[in-house]
Design a protein around this ligand. Sequence first.
Ligand code: PLP
Length: 426
Amino acid sequence: MSGALGETPGSVPAPTNRLWSGQAQMPSVLARQVEIVAADGNYVITRDGQRLFDTTAALWHTNIGHAREEMARTAAEQMARLETYHVFGRFVNDKAVELADRISALSPIDDPRIILGSGGGDGVDSALKLARRHWQLAGQPEKTWVLSRESGYHGLHGYGTAVAGIPFNREGYGSESLIPETARIDLHSVEKVEQTIQEIGPERIAAMIAEPIIGSGGVIPPVEGYLEGLQELARRYDILFIVDEVITGFGRTGEWFASHRWGLEPDMITFAKGVSSGYSPVGGVIVAPRVWDAFYKDADSPIYRHGITYSGHATSAALALTNLDILEREGLVSRAAELEKVLQRELTALEQHERVREIRSAGFLAGVALVDGVDGPALADRLIDRGFTSRVLPGNALQISPPFTTTDEEVRTLVAGIKDALDSSA
Ligand SMILES: Cc1ncc(COP(=O)(O)O)c(C=O)c1O
């Protein structure tokens, strides 16, 4: 029913709209929402006409920058030809097929099959269900447990919630794990991960899922040898190794995939965000032969009973393809590698700041961790006042992950803006 927005009790400000936002304490954000109404390259524009440099590339995804005409034309042309057609059963659409081929050519996994979906959490659900199906078909039905890294983030769908390494994302649903049989592994120590495997029993573990660089948990790069160590444990104990490249995939670390950077050969890779730079909701899973083989073999092969209406959405896929064209044509993946150096160089200016505890960075991605007692959200507000989007991650760390189209000068201006906001913090 439409009409006047209801009365709110006590001191809670009256809502000005009916949108229930993600990860928001609604009473405290209602009176100060930042409403974005337009964008231009590396900047977004608020309803009040303020122009903000997009420090975070929205939620780590606007890698080619905002509001590109070429993307708008792609969407319009595709919709006028075929908005979409589903990819269930015998049906496919040409753009979904083309995108699967294109992703497979870029992938660190040889001869993969590609499951398409609508985002990262969706990909994680697809991959972890598939891991459990794999072992059921392989005659090891007791392999059902899924391990995930402390501080990890894998979206907030059912499985992403169950394997969340950020405690507040997995708590409060009435059981230890929303989907049963999950456990957390140590963030840095391969020996401790091995202990956990032995405690649970490798014969009960289906998969290990890992973000190569912890993103939403505070931007935490892997210590040397950690990712390679996880892969080695997975091989030794016959556990599927899934790398969640939702943030790192499609260039963020200066390579197409972080798996390339660390020489990983996962059994599955989940992806989203950078595949379309957020111009359309696309995500999915890159699946290695070891996992897809049983489903493709012969007339008796089982069906993977999974899929969503918008898997391989044709307009979304067309936008992802144009995004990949732009990344290639403009050399934006190697530009991200250059920007990693520029960002690290500029951030050294903040290292000694009395309000900075630590700077963590790998790829064109950084977290500026603040000392205890510095009010991170207030600092983020001051950054917005100074013309920068901002976000505080767990551990009181500011997220820095701008578009790959950022100039060196914009990196300098951003770091100067953070310094200025830090200097004036209470
Ligand atoms: C590593 C990782 N995995 C999964 C997700 C979930 O993606 P989505 O929000 O598209 O469901 C995210 C989102 O930030 C992510 O960072």
